[in-house]
Structures are given as C-alpha cells and as structure tokens.
Design a protein around this ligand. Structure first.
Ligand code: IMP
Ligand code: MG
Length: 180
C-alpha cells in the first residue's frame, strides 16, 4: 500500500478539470441522444478505466439505453503498454440487435480498441462506434480513430477519472499528469 503523502506527491498537475470534463460529457450526451433516438442503444464500457466516464456519460444521455461491460488488458504493469491484448471478461448482451457505442477511457497505441472492435464487429451489431474520453494520437502504433474523442492530449502519462497507475488514482475527479 502507498502512503497518502507519496500518492499525492505524484500528482504533477491537473490537465483536464472536473468542470471541463462535465461540460464535454454534457455535449457528447446531447449529441448521442439526438443521433440514436428511436434506435436500440447499447453502451459498452471497457473496464476498468472507463467505468467513471461510462457512469457520467450514460447519465448525460436522455434516450432509452442499455449498458454492458467487458474487460481487456494489455499485458504487464507500468506506464508503457506491451502490445498484447487479452479479453478477460466478455459482454452479457447478444449485440446483433443493438447499435453499439464503445465507451473507452483513452486511446494510446490503439491496440486494445483495435482488437475489441475486431471482436465486436464479428458479432454483427447494427452499428458500432467508439467514444473515448481521451486520445493520445502521438502514441499510435496501429491505425485507429475514435468516432468521438472528448479531449486530445499530448504524449503524457495521465491519471484520474478512471485512469490508473498500478491501480491507484482512479478516484481522482480530474485528469492529471503523473509525475514519474
Ligand atoms: P492502447 O492499447 O495502447 O491504446 O492502450 C489503451 C489502454 O492503456 C487504456 O485503456 C489504458 O488502460 C492504458 N493507458 C494508456 N495510456 C494511459 C495513460 O496515460 N494513463 C493511464 N492508462 C493509460
Ligand atoms: Mg483501459
């Protein structure tokens, strides 16, 4: 376990404030509510990092929707992802009758989402789109674009609002730079 003092000393600076996040999510929720009205909508959150974003985004959407979760991880701990993606926990829904929006915390190399999109596309959803809170395009190693990215950030390791460093910091209400 980490001490509170050490924990706090690694929070370098706030990159995106709670207010900025709330504002961007409100806008995204309105847009999705318009675009998907009258369609069977399933939000798929990628655990664990996207659970906070999912929680706020689903409440910013005003049309009927269902939610589901899946978990995928790139092997290994630390601040650099290794390139191998493993699906640890799968959806409960048969997605063939849904318009699916994948709700992700961050697109870094793009490997995780590319793998997930490949897997879910093969299950023939009515449509499939990706919404990500954060996009780090400078780090991309596979070609991949989100349909909606709320914030584009430079190549920094960030924590908070669901994003972790060795499982800590997910509970920060803002996105901060980690002081390595
Ligand atoms: P990708 O497959 O490299 O795009 O990896 C995406 C996953 O790596 C995200 O879902 C996060 O779990 C993790 N990740 C990438 N960049 C960061 C970061 O800056 N902070 C925390 N986690 C990150
Ligand atoms: Mg993640």
């Amino acid at each position: 376990m980490i001490s509170t003092k050490e924990h706090d000393s690694k929070i370098k600076r706030v990159i995106i404030s709670q207010e900025e996040i709330a504002q961007a999510i409100k806008k995204a929720g309105e847009q999705i509510s318009k675009e998907y009205d009258g369609k069977p909508l399933l939000l798929v959150s990628i655990l664990k990092g996207a659970f906070v974003f999912m929680s706020d985004l689903c409440r910013a959407i005003t049309i009927p929707l269902e939610i589901d979760f899946m978990s995928a991880s790139s092997y290994g701990a630390g601040t650099v992802s290794s390139g191998k993606v493993r699906i640890d926990f799968d959806l409960k829904h048969d997605i063939s009758n849904y318009h699916v929006i994948i709700v992700e915390d961050i697109i870094d190399t793009g490997r995780t989402l590319k793998e997930i999109v490949y897997t879910l596309s093969n299950r023939n959803p009515l449509s499939l789109k990706i919404v990500t809170l954060l996009d780090k395009p400078d780090r991309r190693v596979v070609e991949f674009e989100a349909d909606m990215a709320l914030f584009t950030i430079p190549d920094l390791f960030v924590i908070g609002y669901g994003l972790d460093l060795n499982e800590y910091y997910r509970n920060l209400p803002y996105v901060a730079e980690y002081d390595a």
